[in-house]
Design a protein around this ligand. Sequence first.
Ligand code: ZN
Ligand code: ZN
Length: 321
Amino acid sequence: MSAETTNYLQLVADSFTGYGNYLLREVLHPSWGSYFYWLVAISLGFWVLELVWPWRRDQGAFRKDFWLDVFYMFFNYFLFSLILYNALSNVFVQLFKDGLGLVGIQNLVAVEIGDWPLWARLLTLFVVRDFIQWNVHRLLHRVDWLWAFHQVHHSVEEMGFAAHLRYHPVETVVYRLFEYLPLALIGFGLTDFFLVHLFTLSVGHFNHANLYAPLGPLKYVFNNPQTHLWHHAQELPRARRNGVNFALTLTVWDYLFGTAYVPTEQADLPLGWPGVAQYPATFVAQQLEPFSQLKPKKAAAPLPERARARAAGATPQPAEE
Ligand SMILES: [Zn+2]
Ligand SMILES: [Zn+2]
């Protein structure tokens, strides 16, 4: 085994032990800097709000798939993002830097923002990252194999705050791959934005929550439940069949680029796609489903517009990619 391979393996091992210890510390020692307890606190906060002021009044406290989504929350946000994925991305970043070193590039930072005030750094990080994520989200809807993975998130039939983090971990990999290079160019590490993380986590919980809070004029800036529900709508008009409201945190991009669509504030929109009831219902089955759709023999998962066209009896249109 070459010295380099040993180094990479060591990096994986160190990352696992490092984050394993980190996980233990987070859970055993509650503190203001603990992701774990912030996730618990923010989630409980939105759950209480949903119970006190529900938008859909007939939706139970433990709506359909509540516990499945709670499991996804901890798996995706905590276990996968912080532990498993970090081990892999440490190796990726090292490989990337080693590769750059081979061609004589030692430092990737093109814009030095280390001297800026903290608020300006955080704001820049947040806005740049949100715009990248908006683009990646559009890609998840447009490319067949990416849609197969993103479909896990769209399999939510009853919406609530916890649905925010129901997604396939492959999505994390895709988002981070697209985020890494631009953020590295402006001198950000992927680990140093705790506050931005907590803010986007809260807005994400908010826009999936069973709450009526359309935000007035602020709806042009921030995502909200009345806007995001249309992103999950089962039926959209033909002209909108490529999807609407791709915002994660900022709705600005949808309004700027013409993908914003909130015709009514409709609480009981049917969600998902026409065949959503047949989608696998358990965590493990949902993890495997996208891979089974990648097999060439079986037809790819229908993009929402194709499914809609089929349901309407029309000839499916080729995807616009
Ligand atoms: Zn989506
Ligand atoms: Zn969503």
